[in-house]
Design a protein around this ligand. Sequence first.
Ligand SMILES: [Zn+2]
Length: 84
Amino acid sequence: MFRTAILIITIALLVMFFNSWLKLRAQRPPAKKSKPKKIRNEPMVQCEYCGIHVPKSRAIQADGHSFCSRKHRKAHAKSLNHDE
Ligand SMILES: [Zn+2]
């Protein structure tokens, strides 16, 4: 009789622990199974100097041209001045 009581209490405790564990799991945010959508459909522009493609938001615009960096904007302006 005593053994049966212990067995019932043990099972009851296990069920309680399992229920609380399930509740904790349910409270957590769902696992990120979907792929992150970090890549935006941002237009790419080509650097007038080196030809590398950069996102438009990062590109440096000057005189209707796009550049990957200020350095290349300056270099392009210099090369234009040398040609003339
Ligand atoms: Zn460049």
